[in-house]
Every structure is written in C-alpha cells, then in structure tokens.
Design a protein around this ligand. Structure first.
Ligand code: ADP
Ligand code: MG
Length: 462
C-alpha cells in the first residue's frame, strides 16, 4: 500500500548499498593483504599500523609463578591473578574481578582514569588468598592489556597513538601508558611492576597459543575490533632491530583502522563517522564492531521515522539520541523467534519509547538488523581471509595441519547470527577443502591469562 512504499524504498536502498557478494569480499580481503604488506614495509606506509609488539615468543606452557593482569580497553576493565604451575600444573588457580568504568572517566583526565584503575587493582591485590604464592622478597608483576593503538618501544613500554571506542582523554596521546599506570600504582602505595604491555589481540593470541599450539592469529570482535598474528621477522622490512632468535614477531594490526574503496558504505555510515569522536578514523571498526552496529540501526530507523512515517506521524524523540540503541538490544531483537515478534515490540517500547508497533513494523526492524549485522560479519570474515592470505594459510593443507584463529569479544560471543554468518562466509570464501582446516576458536577472556603469561615470560626474575 501507499504507506509502506517509502519504507520499502529505504530498506531496498540500504540492502543494495550494504551488499557484500563474494566477489566484493575477495576485493576487501585482497586489499587487506596489500595494506598489510604496506604497513610492514614502512612506518606510516598504510592505514594499517601493523605495530610491532616486541612479543617474539608465545607461551610455551613452562611459565610458573604468581602473576597479575589488568585489562583496560572497553567499558569494563578486568583485574586477574593467576598461579601458573608449568607443564604439569598449568593454570593452577585464577581469579578475576570486573569493574565498570564510570563514563565521565572515559573522557576526563589521565590521572583520574589511572588512579581509578590503580585503586581497584590495589583492592584486588589486598584480597589475595593463601593459595597464591609470591616467593619472599619478590615484587608482584603485571601484564597490562591496554587495548588502544600503542607504539611500543619495548615489551614493557609504549606511547599511546590515539584513543578509540569512545575514550577521549586529554594529554595522554604520546605518553608512555606504562609510566602513567606505574605512577598511579605508586600513588596508591601498590608495589607492582609492569612486565609486559600488550594489546587485547596479543593477549588473546598468547592465551590461545597456551591452550592450542595451532593458534596463529587472534581477532577481537567486541566493543571495537582488531587482529594480531605471528609474522616471520624477515618479512617486516620496517623492523631495523636485531632479528629475534625465534625468527618470529607478533604484529598488532590495528585493523579497525583499515579502509578501502571496496568497503560497502552508506550515508548512515558517513554521518556516523562525521559525528563521531574520531572522524575519518577506524572506518572498518565502524562497520563491524559492537560499539557501532546498534547505532547504525538507530540511524536507519530514524530515517524511516522521518521520511516514511515508520513509527506513525511523529518521530519518537528517543530515536534522536545517539547511541541509545546498543548492539546487545539489537541482537536481542534480531534473535526474536516468537511469531508476533514480541521481544522486538518490548524492546522498541522499553528502549525507544515506541509503544504498540505492528507486526509488519517489527518485521522491517528485523530486516534492518539483518542487513547491518550481516554486512559486519561478512566484512570481518573477509578481513580474516586477508590475514590468512598474508601468511599463506588460505589454501587447503595436505598434512592435516590446522590453522586456528583465537577469537574474543562480546559481539562474537553473544551475537549468534553474527558469528554464524562470519563462519559461513569464511567457508564461502575459502571453499570447503581449505576451510576444513581453519578453525575459529572462541577464547573468552583468554587475553587476561595471555597477558599474565607474557608477564611471566618477561619476568625480571628470569
Ligand atoms: P570489550 O570489547 O569492551 O573489551 P567485550 O569483549 O566483553 O568487551 O565486548 C563487549 C561488547 O560486546 C559490547 O560493547 C557490545 O557491543 C557487545 N555485546 C555484548 N553483549 C552482546 C550481545 N548480547 N549481543 C551483541 N553484542 C553484544
Ligand atoms: Mg576486551
């Protein structure tokens, strides 16, 4: 009917602009591979920073002792302690706590943020029980997972390149984040040394390798997105240091900042980017990750409300509020299988103040969720194929070898339609034979253990 024609037109246009046929995905994967080469060739050679992590050895299983880890990089931060028992004892015991970061601290001053973190860490250390053992006279050591782009100068120091994912704190860019944390720990009277500074991707890779020898790459799909992998040291032209004994170096791609003319983008993406805290940056991340999917959906629904009277004669005021529609809500609606889409109705009412939606309206909402989520999942799969191509693992292997990608992040873990679509797309791109040796393995919070393992292998007492 007349009322629905404008709605259908908006959805159709969205669908066309977001289309990711496999040919396009191959172009994206190839562009990823090309940018990886460029980023490894020279500093600033690509939008992909391809950061050298100074991790040239991944965990072996021999690590022993008590180590702490701190994970900062999203809406929550986690503190963790683990008692490592070597090949026999493995992870003998571990405990963690999760603390949410008050939003005002995400855009406040550096000292305020680091004081808050150090104070939570100090409290956690104070609760250490009898079953954790620190040899007499030793300082506690910490693996610091800091999931923002950092230019490392050693395994335990590095300067912040930029904030992402909604963080924006004055005066920290260009500073050594380990020094910032160390000063804050001193202010708390906490005697602890940062032995390893890593990114969540590196932590996930390290944790993944500890449990599975075939892990060669890690991908994060949470609030943001990123990937890391093991590169041959001599394939890193921009590396002028000594070649590591292992012949390998872990690279933090910072793939969230990837961009390519092959990426399917829309006016919604353009506007989201323009109005973001970091316009022009993190374009891949803004198409894929949990921070943004719900916001893209909101923008489409707002346009439908404005131009096609989708929710009646007036535009629901809450729909105008940026980031009000979070990805977990989008995912809850998307997974609604009830015949009358009751959950969609409830969420629209609860979150956006839109009561009494018709079944037809709810169906369109699902359709938009589907378009936005599947574009993200398929592009993430294309990114993975790009990495596999770079390391020569995109073809079938004869000897029964496996290629394992350690995956972490709430988006992948909880948004089933997203993760299933990603898996299917990998299969579609790689073919049945090659994809049968590629495994995406969920490594929930492997990054915490990974950071503690790297702290252990870089301990001052070794
Ligand atoms: P972070 O990336 O902040 O370190 P997580 O890996 O736990 O933390 O991921 C949290 C993100 O995952 C959230 O910001 C959200 O975007 C996404 N997420 C969490 N739960 C869900 C869900 N049920 N459905 C879809 N996305 C979710
Ligand atoms: Mg995380």
């Amino acid at each position: 009917s007349g009322k629905w024609a404008p709605v259908a037109a908006v959805v159709k246009e969205l669908e066309e602009r977001c289309a990711t046929p496999v040919g396009k995905l191959r172009q994206v994967a190839d562009a990823m591979t090309v940018e990886m080469h460029a980023g490894l060739a020279s500093e600033g050679g690509s939008k992909l920073k391809m950061l050298i992590s100074y991790v040239d050895n991944l965990p072996t299983g021999d690590e022993t002792g008590l180590f702490y880890a701190l994970d900062l990089g999203g809406t929550n931060f986690r503190v963790l302690r683990v008692q490592l028992g070597g090949k026999e004892g493995r992870v003998a015991k571990h405990e963690f706590e999760e603390v949410s970061i008050p939003p005002h601290l995400m855009v406040g001053g550096s000292d305020e943020l680091f004081d808050f973190i150090a104070s939570a860490l100090a409290k956690f250390v104070a609760s250490e029980g009898e079953d954790f053992h620190l040899p007499v006279g030793r300082q506690r050591e910490l693996g610091f997972t800091f999931s923002f782009p950092v230019r490392q100068v050693s395994i335990a120091s590095g300067t912040l390149i930029k904030w992402t994912k909604g963080f924006n704190i004055d005066g920290t860019v260009g500073e050594d984040v380990v020094a910032e944390l160390t000063r804050a720990m001193e202010r708390q009277g906490l005697d602890m040394r940062v032995s390893a500074l890593v990114n969540d991707t590196i932590g996930t890779l390290a944790g993944g390798r500890y449990y599975d020898n075939d892990v060669v790459a890690a991908v994060i799909l949470g609030t943001g997105t990123n990937a890391a992998y093991v590169e041959r040291a001599h394939a890193i032209p921009k590396w002028h240091g000594l070649l590591p004994k292992s012949g390998e170096m872990v690279i933090n791609m910072e793939w969230g900042n990837f961009r390519s003319s092959h990426l399917p983008t829309t006016d919604y993406d353009q506007a989201l980017d323009n109005e973001s805290l970091n316009p022009g940056e993190q374009i891949f991340e803004k198409l894929i990750s949990g921070m943004y999917l719900g916001e893209i959906l909101r923008r489409v629904l707002l346009r439908l409300a404005k131009e096609a009277s989708f929710f009646g004669d007036s535009v629901p005021p809450k729909l105008e509020v940026p980031f009000i529609l979070r990805t977990p809500v989008m995912s809850t609606m998307h997974h609604d299988t009830s015949p009358d889409l009751k959950v969609v109705g409830t969420k629209l009412n609860e979150v956006l103040g839109i009561p009494d939606t018709s079944l037809k309206t709810r169906k369109v909402v699902i359709q938009v969720c589907d378009i936005v989520a599947k574009r993200g999942a398929r592009l993430a799969a294309a990114g993975i194929v790009g990495v596999l191509k770079k390391i020569g693992r995109d073809n079938a292997v004869k000897d029964g070898g496996r290629t394992v990608i350690a995956m972490d992040g709430g988006l992948y873990e909880h948004y089933t339609i997203f993760s299933e679509c990603l898996q299917c797309t990998l299969k579609e791109m790689l073919g049945d034979e090659a994809s049968s040796s590629v495994v995406v393995k969920l490594a929930s919070d492997g990054s915490g253990i990974g950071a503690a393992l790297l702290a252990a292998s870089h301990s001052q007492y070794l």
